[in-house]
Design a protein. Structure first.
Length: 168
């Protein structure tokens, strides 16, 4: 009886290993190192470049990232951090009711107007102007009829200029 039980256990373990091995082999053989743009959900345009990103939902923010190390953190209203690998750009934006303070490889402060909403078809466009002595920036975000943010257009810094994130 015990011998039959042990044989059954060994048979089940062997079948599990064989099945796992076959599945792993199939997965590895189907792996392709090329980037399929359709797998990404967002695009980011900045400095005459375009990058494709995955959104990652966190507790109180969304991080947009890709395999190259580009990271854009968004708090629901504004982008508050941009990290561009292989560059000096690591901007951290701190928002207060009427101003934004940008730190990183540069420091500056802009005064911002309150958000204003306008209807564009079934969507809402939220506009906000921020400026300092040298720069004036019209920032906006678009929210669709389902309440999902589908586009973010925001001035980040003099080095980076505007960053535009758009849902594909």
């Amino acid at each position: 009886m015990i011998k039959n039980f042990l044989l059954l256990v060994i048979f089940i373990i062997y079948q599990g290993c064989a099945s796992y091995s076959t599945q792993l082999t199939a997965l590895q053989s189907s792996r392709d190192d090329t980037v399929d743009v359709d797998q990404f959900l967002w695009s980011a345009k900045y400095l005459d470049q375009e990058a494709y990103l995955y959104p990652i939902s966190l507790d109180d923010q969304t991080a947009f990232a890709n395999q190259d190390g580009l990271i854009i953190r968004f708090n629901g209203w504004e982008i508050f951090q941009v990290i561009i690998p292989e560059s000096d750009i690591n901007a951290v934006l701190n928002y207060m009711p009427d101003q934004v303070i940008v730190t990183g490889s540069y420091n500056y402060q802009m005064i911002c107007s309150p958000w204003e909403a306008e209807s564009i078809g079934a969507s809402m466009k939220h506009n906000r102007q921020c400026s300092d002595d040298q720069t004036s920036a019209d920032n906006y975000l678009v929210v669709n009829e389902l309440g999902e943010t589908v586009e973010i257009h925001q001035f980040i810094s003099d080095d980076l200029g505007f960053l535009n994130l758009k849902k594909l």
